[in-house]
Design a protein. Structure first.
Length: 296
């Protein structure tokens, strides 16, 4: 049987407005372009893993609204199992309102249905989690639900990867139940400052450093994967691409060194294209990219 990744996390529709100037209070300005783009760290990572060739199941919630139904159709087209993504009637689909102007952005996130992914809901889906081989988690749903998911996964002997973003202090039990934790540099600083014994975390950490590559541990030894030099167009979703690709490589039994190399390549390809999910590469694209750089 094919091995399966289950992703439990957020599903947001990004509402993106591009304008030459941000309005002051009480002011109206004209914008240039408007897009609706599928987003949310959970769904982003599910799409990244699916594009890398994994069998992926998504657990989350959307609203019983136009955005929710559109997103479900979109995920199905990405070959993702959404049988455990239910539209709820008492909350809207999560949204992120993003204003792009002068090379910068401002974002307002309304979690909506994502906040309804409760520990009780997660616990009710124990069979789905138990049927998976690897669980991929982030922190855009209630942390109590993330902790419950990790507990169930460990109970059934499944691997767990946690991307601690957006950062908040992690319960000790969540850390114990997690095989790999994948912060960026800023999140890693906050994480190490928030635990009693930072050394106990080392072998779990895979730290993404943008253009400076990836740090990870092999036993007691700190190791490094260089970044791949590419022409950057849009860095949105690069971290989610890395996490999805990393999950696939680990599930396939790759060493951490090789998994980080594959994930770094996927992340590098993603920044050469516009958009988070639209920039995520297929497995064939990653393999071709690495083959072209064998001599690097």
């Amino acid at each position: 049987m094919a091995k399966k990744i289950t992703v439990i996390g957020s599903i947001n529709m990004d509402l993106v407005t591009q304008t030459d100037m941000v309005p002051n209070r009480g002011e109206t300005v004209l914008g240039n372009q408007f897009f609706t783009i599928p987003g949310g760290k959970g769904a982003n990572q599910a799409v990244a893993a699916a594009k890398m060739g994994a069998e992926v199941s998504m657990i989350g919630l959307v609203g019983d609204d136009a955005f929710g139904h559109e997103y479900l159709g979109y995920l199905r087209k990405q070959q993702i199992d959404v049988s455990n993504v239910k539209p709820v009637t008492h909350e809207k689909t999560g949204i992120a309102t993003i204003v792009l102007s002068e090379g910068d952005n401002s974002i307002i996130v309304v979690p909506g249905a994502n906040n309804m992914v409760t520990p009780e809901l997660v616990e009710s889906l124990e069979k789905e989690i138990a049927a998976s081989d690897l669980l991929l988690l982030q922190l855009e749903i209630p942390i109590e639900s993330v902790e419950m998911a990790s507990q169930i996964a460990k109970k059934h002997g499944k691997q767990v990867i946690l991307n601690p973003a957006p950062f908040q202090p992690l319960p000790e039990a969540l850390i114990e139940n997690t095989d790999y934790i994948t912060p960026n540099e800023y999140e890693a600083e906050l994480l190490l400052a928030s635990v009693m014994d930072p050394a106990s975390l080392r072998e779990k950490l895979i730290i993404t450093k943008g253009s400076r590559g990836v740090a990870f541990y092999e036993g007691e030894q700190e190791c490094h994967q260089d970044s791949f030099k590419v022409e950057t167009v849009d860095t949105t979703g690069a971290g989610d691409t890395f996490n999805g690709a990393l999950a696939v490589a680990i599930l396939e039994g790759k060493s951490i060194r090789e998994a980080c190399k594959i994930a770094a390549a996927a992340g590098a390809i993603s920044v050469t294209k516009l958009g988070a999910q639209s920039g995520m590469p297929t497995r064939a694209e990653v393999e071709e990219f690495l083959s072209d750089r064998k001599g690097d």
